[in-house]
Design a protein. Structure first.
Length: 125
């Protein structure tokens, strides 16, 4: 009996230590808030992309003067800077995984044909 109790004590101590580590990590890192910040940055970046696409459409349709283009471009660059400034940073391992996915697996890369499909007809090659 004593041997079984001893093993149970070691197992419960080990599991308690693991749970303590998890609790401390979660307490010090607001994972839900971090995920929300990433999602918010992604939405903001999508909006910037769409604004650039609209600007390209306006340029192509010649409905905007060059001075207005420069002003709008500068505004978008400043908005983009603010988004990146407020966006949460990532850890090195996540960055390495994303780099590998983009470079080696060519995830989220587009061929010229795929890009043409995304663009308005007047901007297609």
């Amino acid at each position: 009996m004593s041997n079984n109790n001893s093993i149970a004590t070691y197992i419960s101590t080990f599991l308690s230590a693991i749970l303590l580590g998890i609790n401390l990590y979660c307490k010090n890192n607001d994972l839900g808030g971090l995920a929300q910040k990433h999602a918010s940055a992604a939405v903001d970046l999508w909006n910037i992309r769409e604004s650039y696409l609209s600007l390209l459409t306006d340029i192509n349709s010649e409905t905007i003067e060059i001075e207005q283009v420069i002003i709008k471009r500068d505004e978008l660059q400043n908005k983009l800077k603010d988004i990146y400034k407020g966006a949460p940073r990532t850890i090195a391992k996540a960055y390495d995984n994303a780099s590998q996915a983009l470079k080696q697996n060519e995830e989220m890369t587009f061929s010229n044909e795929e890009i043409n499909i995304l663009l308005p007809e007047k901007l297609r090659k």
